[in-house]
Design a protein around this ligand. Sequence first.
Ligand code: GLA
Ligand code: ZN
Length: 675
Amino acid sequence: MSASQKFGRILFGGDYNPEQWPQEVWYKDMQLLTKANINEATINVFSWAQLQPSEERYDFSTLDQIVKLLTENHFEIVLATSTAALPAWMAERYPDVTRTDFEGRHHRFGGRHNACPNSPTFRYYSQKLAEKLAERYGHLHNIVCWHVSNEYSGQCYCDNCAAAFRVWLKRQYQTLSAVNAAWNTNFWGHTFYDWSEICPPNDLGDAIGNDNSTLAGLSIDYRRFMSDSILQNYQDERRAIRKFDPETPITTNLMGTFKGLDYFKWAKEMDLVSWDNYPAYNTPTSVTAMNHDLMRGLKHGEPFMLMEQTPSQQNWQPYNSLKRPGQMRAMSYQALAHGADTIQFFQLRQSKGATEKFHGAVISHADTDQTRVFRETAALGKELQHLGSEILGARTPAKVAIIFDWDNYWALEYASGPNIRLKYVDQIQRYYAAFYRQNIAVDLIPTDLSAEALAKYDLVVAPVLYMIKSGVADNLTTYVKNGGHFLTTFMSGLVDRNDNVFIGGYPGPLRQLMGVWVEEFDAIPPEKHGQVIFTDQSAYECDLICDIMHLEGAQALAHYGAGEFYAGSPVVTKHNVGQGNAYYVGTQLAAAGIDHLVGQLITQFSWEHFTTPTTVEITCRQQANARYYFVINNGNASETVTWPYTGRDLLSQAPVAQGTLTLPSYGVKIIKVQV
Ligand code: GLA
Ligand code: ZN
């Protein structure tokens, strides 16, 4: 049973901060939230200063009352630990709790999400608070989940972190000479003769701006170390909770493709994944879909919690457009479609002061149920009640996987050259979007899966697999030999885990598998582009980077068109290895070109796919006896799609026949098909 199945129903609620309000407001909230069909409240996210007004004193009286009131009114509770914002007294008395930033400035009190992860004071008091909360509330039946801290993020470069970094390095490398070798410190005379000489790579040290580093190996290790340090904070609190509460699931809210933390590593320590979805008004729906799929991938396909989304508006983006009528509903179903088992908002009541006062909420400043947002929330809540629990735990039947890897993310973006426009998530997204356009299910997977684990996929795609860690090339090779298909691109197979280039020709350890040797790569400036011509003579634009390569067993599927000295040389290749094939795409192909390639792959495999108008997506979740097809119109015009199965729409209860479906603006159907 997945952790979210234990909730027994789709949790529908979100962040609720009654401590910001006098008690008479709470009573009104109980009525309004019940009317909105809310069944859950996430509380205590930022209450540390209230729970511990001074170093010596704890005061749970307000929280006791909030818990009591919610319980009496039949709400489930997701209980946060409040450690994401430091009390002011603590920052004043113990300066070690605040961070030293990238510029080397030691911070005073203010903001949130900014405790030094290696601060002894922070570690001591955060554990202590989590422990006290678990002791007091852990046994309550309606505390259904623990929410540790909030949106862990950021970096610290203080002396405590520097010292902890040296300990981390010793554990990783044992000797200083191994560190020197790993980071290739002979470069610019960086040899270290004593551990104490190693400093965090910030603006005062080896960082070159935010994205480059004299020693990328050092900077990548610092990112690994920071991710581990902050994870340790999470583990501290988890351990503290487990002293008193042995079983309630524990999570912390993640942020999609957020760069700072290696979420695959984190997810191993989480009972279930939860995340906060805040697309901008113009974020493509394929980006949101990919974020959901990545969050689902963190625990190998297990459903996740949509811990936060706004019911309508954000406040912190440049343009905080309203969600259009019906759009919040459509986006909620998109989350469910991609593996969410909860729908939660930030927040239930809109703040009256401070920086988030214009952030949307279920209960707005108007303080009434007579708002569009309230009505839409209540209507969605009612629908989810009717939907019941049958999709909880349902899986995504993907035959295509895309590798996502935080080490690669960091390493690729520290690389100085070849093209400033090369961004990791963007490259992953280009391939993801091609499958999304065809409504083909995709899993996002880590780099370290064994050949057996990969074997459940027909195709594994690894755009810009720049860093090849040990074992990865062997796993991929075995996977292909045994009948798998693998696709990778330019900027792959270049460096090892320490960012040192594999000597002997690109793409290093992938060279044999791909059957190509990449001799050089050209950078294409924004004002230029190249041309790729497939063997069927179809031609597509390319840009960013153009590999110049030699065939070493692979066959060319496409060549460069005229215009450059490498015109006529191969750019897209296919290498037959054992029972499978390895595909190499040596440039950034325009979307239509990737579609062409994916189209060729579709004809080879029996993947389920649907041709739909651009705004309509069809996504499947599967239980033992049924498939649930979420047909979602993410656009504001009515659309018609061709539909192949007989089933029943769980939202309208109407039978669905093969033929065409018409969806109004932001319309949704969940079509249950028996299998
Ligand atoms: C984040 C935080 C919340 C809130 C929202 C506003 O997701 O976790 O506390 O600040 O953003 O969008
Ligand atoms: Zn620090």
